[in-house]
Design a protein around this ligand. Structure first.
Ligand code: NAP
Length: 320
């Protein structure tokens, strides 16, 4: 009997074509709607492997019912939507999509940093709404990027790629991790500092850490108060690393200058969310890795991981 695969979001059929003869594949038919929980659970009960996205909770409830499940391939490098420890206990392999999205996400992070500093989105809305009456000395004036100090919290794959871009802008690069990376320091000319020093001295504070119990709400009121009042906060990691109410207050009270956010605690963020009412927020709908090339590579990698798992081989990118 062929193994059963459930794909929790519609993906183009060309990706599954190579596997059609070997697997019985079922797929949620909507591209822009999250799979209903009971549909996911029903398929999880029968599936040998699941192809999931970050909108699905792969939790104890699901894993307890998934009696045939051998693997979960998550279409993201982050896997905070999955109870990885419990899956491991059950002998279920979890995979993610590192590396293939690193440069793409770093590009977006830097684009968001630049857009926030130079008020690109606000300026574009300004011109379209017919408010541009004349040149003025400080019309849409923002903050310089070149030669400033960027502090990267989470100097992993994407953090390093952001640092390389920052060096191209002749920025001074600080970073903080739980562990020091001396080779990266030597190769990229970046400096390790404590979290406290980073948030106090950086002009741009960029969050690139995964969301874990340790990093949840690591950017809160006490942190925003220590930042420079000219600091710009960029988050392309996960919304949960920030206390959004505290961020809102910090931006509203001008404790910090601006924020560029690609991720939110609850996604999609509500249209009437207070953060979206602020001019000093540049907000994007979680598009860090969203290019045709990279999303295609991510999908192919998920399917390859499932193929390896079902053949009893080591997957290409297991979550360790
Ligand atoms: P990675 O290579 O695992 O890097 C994560 C870094 O965070 C590591 O250097 C790690 O270093 C550091 N870190 C972990 N816990 C920390 C803590 N408590 N305090 C300080 N640093 C900590 O992961 P990646 O591939 O760069 O991806 C990073 C994250 O970006 C993902 O987890 C995902 O959430 C997010 N992401 C978002 C998008 C998007 O669309 N916006 C796209 C891709 C990825 P230590 O272990 O030494 O602390």
């Amino acid at each position: 009997m062929k193994p059963k695969i459930y794909i929790s979001r519609k993906i183009p059929s060309r990706f599954i074509e190579p596997y059609k003869d070997s697997w019985t594949i079922e797929m949620w038919p909507e591209e822009d709607e999250v799979v209903e929980r009971d549909v996911l659970l029903k398929h999880a009960r029968e599936a040998d492997a699941l192809f999931t996205t970050l909108t699905e909770k792969v939790d104890r409830e699901l894993l307890d019912q998934a009696v045939n499940l051998k693997g979960v391939a998550n279409l993201a490098v982050g896997y905070d939507n999955i109870d990885v420890e419990y899956a491991r206990e059950k002998g279920i392999v979890v995979t993610n999509t590192p590396d293939v999205l690193t440069d793409t996400t770093a590009d977006l992070t830097f684009a968001l940093l630049m857009a926030t500093a130079r008020r690109i989105v606000e300026a574009e809305a300004f011109i379209r709404s017919g408010r541009w009456t004349t040149w003025t000395p400080f019309l849409m004036a923002g903050a310089d990027i070149h030669h400033k100090t960027i502090g990267i919290v989470g100097m992993g794959r994407i953090g390093e790629a952001v640092a390389r871009r920052a060096r191209g802008f002749e920025m001074n690069v600080l970073y903080h991790n739980r562990s020091r990376k001396e080779e990266v320091e030597n190769n990229l000319g970046v400096q390790y500092v404590s979290f406290d020093e980073l948030i106090r001295t950086a002009d741009f504070v960029v969050s690139m850490t995964p969301l874990t119990k340790e990093t949840e709400h690591m950017f809160d009121d006490s942190v925003f108060k220590k930042m420079k009042s000219s600091a710009i906060f960029i988050n392309t990691s996960r919304g949960g690393v920030v206390n959004e109410e505290d961020l809102y207050q910090a931006l509203k009270n001008h404790d910090i200058q601006a924020a560029g956010l690609d991720v939110f605690r609850n996604e999609p963020i509500a249209e009437n969310h207070p953060l979206l009412k602020l001019d000093n927020v540049t907000a994007l709908p979680h598009i860090g890795s969203a290019t045709y090339e990279t999303r295609s590579k991510m999908i192919e990698l998920c399917l390859k991981n499932i193929d390896h798992i079902l053949k009893g081989e080591e997957p290409v990118t297991p979550v360790q």
